[in-house]
Each structure stands twice: as C-alpha cells, then as structure tokens.
Design a protein around this ligand. Structure first.
Ligand code: SF4
Ligand code: SF4
Length: 572
C-alpha cells in the first residue's frame, strides 16, 4: 500500500520499521515533525531533549546499550551537537545510530544556511541524502544497517523541501526487531588518548570500507540518457534536474560521503559535458574536481539560497527556453510579525521606550527586531543573548542593557551563560520571555512546561528557583500584559548594581486563548498613532484614525492601556 507522506513523516515511518527504540532531538524547523511522528508509536521511546548535544548524547548511550537510536535536529543544532559527534565517529556504535540533520537552504526559518554535508566529511561519518519521501523512508533503514555493519553513526542529511514536501511511500515494510544488549568495552567507548589513538586509525579503515560500499550502494545509480550532457546530483536537486532535463544522463547520489570515486570517474569519462547540480556549497563539485575530473556547476548555479527548477533553468538553459519553462507566478510576500495579542509585544514596546540595548535570541520573539517595535540589537544563535549582553556590559560599562531569551531557549543554552554572569561579576538584567512553550517550531513542550513529548506529566522546571540557585538574588515574575509593571520592572532591575532576572510569564495565545473580549476604536480617536507603535496586526490605519479588526483582536488590552483618549474600548 502507498500513502502520501511528508519527508519527516516518512523518516519516522522508516525509522519505526527499522526497529528504532530510542528517538530524541530538539525542535527546529524543518526537522520538528520527525520526533512528533515517532512519538505516536507506542514502542518508541521518543523525547525532546533540552538541546541537541544532550539529545545526541542520549542516543549514543542507548546505541551503546544495544537499542537502535535516532536523533533529529535542524542544521544549526548539529553545531551544538558537534562535540559528541566527532568522538562518536571514533567509538562507533553497538546498535545502529542515525543522526538526522535537516538543513534549511534559503533560511526559511533559520539564522544561517550552512551546508551540513561538510560535517560528514569533517567528522568522518557516512552520509545519506534522500530526494523524496520514499527514499527518506528507505534510506533510514539503510542507515541503520550501514551504521551496524561499519560500526559508525550515519548522518541522514535532508533539506526543507524534502522534509516538508509530500509524496507516495510504500508502507508495507516489516518491522525489524532487535533486543538491546550492553557489553562492557572500555577500549571502544572510553576515549582516553591511548584508546582514541587506536580508534582514530580504525576509523580510517572503516572509511575505506565505506568507500568501497558506496561504489555498489543501490542508492548511487546512473540513469543513462544522452551522452552529450550529463548531471551529477543528489537530494532535492535530483528532482529538479529530472524535471528540466528528462533526456539527459543523471548520476544520482544517495550516499554522498564517502563518495564512490570509481563510479563517478567512469560516468564522467563517458559524457561530453558533466554538470554538478547541488544546493548551497560546491561540496560534490570540489571533491570531483580534486580528482582531476572536468565538471562544472557553480560557475552558473547559485550557491546562495534554495534552488528550484526556474533558478536551474535560468543558469543552464539559454534565455528564451528558460523563460518558456518558467511558468510559476510569484506570490505576494507576507512579512512575519508577532501575533495579535502576543504576550511579548508589550515587553518590546517598553524596551524601545526605555531605549535599552537589547541582545536577543532565537525564537518567535526575534520578530521584536521589526518595526515599529524595532527593539533588538543582536541575535546570533541559541542562547547567545546572555553572553552577548555580558560582553556589551564589559565593553561599555552600561547598565542599560538587557538580554532577552525565551523559556525553551533558556533551557537549551541560556543557563551556562547566566552562571558566567554571576561568576564573573556581571550586572546585566536577563529577561526570560516565558510563554510556556517552544512557540516558533509549533508549540513543543520542554522541561519548563512539565510535560513530555509523549504528553506525560513530568517535573516542571522552576525558573525562579533555578536562577536563584545560580546566584541571582534579584528575581521577579511579571505579567507582560501589565504594561506599567513591565516598565517598572525593567527600570528598577537595570538600575541595580547586581545581576537580575525578570520572568515575563504568560502563555502563548496559541497555547491558551486570552479570556478577554475584542476591542474597538470609538469616535474619540484623534489620530495620534500611539497604538500603531505596538505593531499589532489587528490595528490598521483607515481614513486618518485607528481601526481594530475584531476578528483578529485577542483582547489583550495593551493598546487600550496606551490610548490616552479612551478611544479604545472593549466590545461588550
Ligand atoms: S492611541 Fe487612541 S487616539 Fe491614538 S490613534 Fe490609537 S486609538 Fe486613536
Ligand atoms: S487588544 Fe489591541 S493590542 Fe491587543 S490584540 Fe486587540 S488590537 Fe491588538
């Protein structure tokens, strides 16, 4: 039977069919739904970890103990997990270990578009790349087998288009069963230098064997067509090449580390002109050229952003033909913004009014940078806001600096920099925007919500007690809808000569709908535009005065509190 599945659903299906017993990760677009779908299987222990490093360490532990294990994360998550990644390549595995890295070319929901294929090469772990949902499901199974056969973790690298697109998948696979079993083996798993040096050499042997395997791997295949022009491609780029050049020869690579050198060489030698089509960096092209083979690609195909058939056609097909092939109409852009009634809005409004320097972090609240709020000065990576604030304060001595971080991001990687502030005598104020969820990726639970991925009640991390235990004496919790209290808290805490934490706590309105009625603008409005400075999408400007779209208004009352003319009133 075949069913329509997204790449993420297919990975979950394939992993379950392969007998995965432990699955873990941290939510991040475009990978989030892999774990959410694995959590639906009763026989899979699926959980959100506080961050990707912890997730990989859990999966390494369960693999060593004999359970097939999968860890899923977005591309930047692999930076966080890089420390254990490089060493687990040395130790190898017991049961299969698959690491899914979901890259985001075009930065649909990311702060950069790094090409994680280089991680496979740098960490010396084999890599598989699916080009559709069917392949995503079958390659996960292959990945577990490769992992166990060659005693090494396998990187399954996907991209947004594969993760989120739906295509047909055979779902008649028989589930593999594997009994866990732990065997003590300190030489293999304890990486003191003496053991690591041995494992380092063995890793090279395993890579040689993997290269031979890659030559005959069924996922690396030639589709012969015209010998005048041929393509080498992988992942989603294969689909674009197939659509644009149905008559051409194509070498489709599903295993992209180590590369099958003999297969590629034999192919290139039989084609007049070979073009490498790949998203982002010239990862394949550089390696193929380093063997003295003549191929082209990035001279014309962009290495920035996501590819699509139009972009490839523009790069490779003469102009008129390319225009003929390009039938897609562009949709009008819709700028992202904080939701109407978002509990973060008032905090950013007050931070701007108080002219604070604001080091920001990763989450939907990063939208506080956009006008009219415009109240964020930096956003580097998960958890960076707190260290950034400490740095600004060290360099300038200013007290008018706050770090702003969400609850999930604080648990992910905000705790250690807060320890640094206390330990090294910082006086920065840290604002935790606690909306009781991981909102940006679709409302996932985390240790602060007290619920697991399986929906089971768990210990709820107490932020107030945690930051006090770290050594913060000045901690207060404030309702972010109470604008006066927001302003007072920021002013008072930043004036202190000691580090402080303000927890602005109110559930994301997608988790818990506010109880308030919608508001409307009456005839008292004199057009002062103060309410427009909130940037609430429910408020617009019509014929010289404000107007509220009651179908959007969440009834948060913030605009009514700002209006000095009593022109905004609740609908009774
Ligand atoms: S703040 Fe009040 S008076 Fe000013 S534009 Fe908005 S509704 Fe009108
Ligand atoms: S009460 Fe005002 S600020 Fe709040 S959602 Fe409605 S229009 Fe927007």
């Amino acid at each position: 039977m075949r069913v329509l599945l997204s790449g993420n659903e297919a990975i979950a299906y394939g992993a379950h069919a392969a007998g995965v017993a432990v699955a873990t990760g941290y939510p991040g677009t475009p990978s989030t739904e892999i774990l959410e779908n694995l959590a639906k299987y009763k026989d899979v222990d699926a959980s959100w970890a506080p961050n990707e490093k912890v997730a990989l360490e859990v999966a390494i532990g369960s693999s060593i103990a004999g359970a097939r294990s999968l860890v899923a994360m977005k591309h930047v998550g692999l930076n966080v997990a890089a420390d254990p990644l490089f060493t687990v390549a040395y130790t190898g595995v017991n049961a299969g270990l698959v690491i899914v890295s979901a890259d985001d070319p075009g930065m649909h929901s990311s702060q950069n578009e790094q090409d994680n294929r280089y991680y496979a090469k740098a960490a010396k772990v084999p890599m598989l790349e699916p080009s559709d949902s069917q392949e995503a499901a079958s390659l996960v199974e292959d990945a577990f087998i490769i992992s166990e056969t060659f005693d090494i973790p396998v990187l399954l690298r996907t991209t947004t288009r594969v993760n989120h697109s739906k295509s047909l998948v055979e779902v008649d696979l028989e589930q593999t069963k594997r009994e866990p079993g732990y065997k003590k083996n300190a030489e293999k798993y304890v990486m003191i230098p003496a053991n690591a040096r041995v494992r380092r050499r063995l890793l090279e042997d395993r890579l040689k064997a993997l290269e031979e395997f890659s030559e005959g791997f069924s996922g690396n295949k030639i589709e012969w067509g015209s010998r005048e022009v041929g393509f080498i491609t992988s992942g989603i780029s294969y689909q674009y090449v197939k659509e644009l050049f149905p008559e051409a020869s194509i070498l489709k690579l599903a295993m992209t580390y180590p590369l099958p050198r003999m297969l590629i060489t034999g192919y290139v030698n039989q084609i007049e002109k070979v073009i490498v089509v790949e998203e982002l960096e010239p990862y394949l092209e550089e390696q193929i050229k380093s063997w003295g083979l003549s191929v082209s690609g990035k001279e014309s195909i962009p290495s920035i952003g996501e590819l699509n058939p139009d972009i490839i056609a523009d790069a490779l097909i003469p102009r008129e033909e390319a225009i003929e092939n390009s039938k897609q109409s562009a949709l009008p852009g819709r700028p992202p913004m904080l939701c109407a009634g978002c509990p973060h809005r008032g905090v950013f409004y007050e931070l701007r009014r108080l002219k604070m320097v604001v080091t920001g972090d990763i989450g939907c609240y990063t939208l506080g940078v956009l006008p009219p709020l415009g109240s964020m000065d930096t956003c580097i990576c998960m958890g960076a806001s707190i260290g950034n604030a400490m740095g600004v304060q060290k360099a300038t001595g200013t007290k008018d600096i706050v770090a702003v971080i969400g609850d999930s991001t604080f648990v992910h990687s905000g705790i250690t920099p807060l320890i640094d502030i206390v330990y090294n005598g910082g006086i920065t104020t840290v604002i935790i925007l606690d909306n009781r969820t991981t909102a940006m990726t679709g409302r996932q639970d985390h240790p602060g919500t007290g619920r697991t991925l399986k929906g089971i009640d768990s210990h709820m991390l107490d932020f107030e007690k945690l930051v006090k235990a770290i050594g913060i004496n000045s901690v207060r919790t404030v309702d972010p809808y109470d604008l006066k209290a927001v302003r007072k808290a920021i002013k008072e805490e930043t004036a202190k000569d000691e580090p402080s934490v303000i927890i602005f706590r109110r559930a994301c309105l997608l988790v818990e709908k506010p109880k308030g009625q919608p508001y409307t603008v009456n005839e008292k409005c004199d057009g002062c535009k103060v309410c427009l400075r909130l940037g609430c999408p429910a408020i617009s400007w019509v014929n010289g005065r404000a107007e509220i779209d009651i179908s959007q208004c969440a009834g948060c009352e913030i605009c009514a509190k700002l209006c000095k003319r009593d022109a905004i009133t609740v609908i009774k």
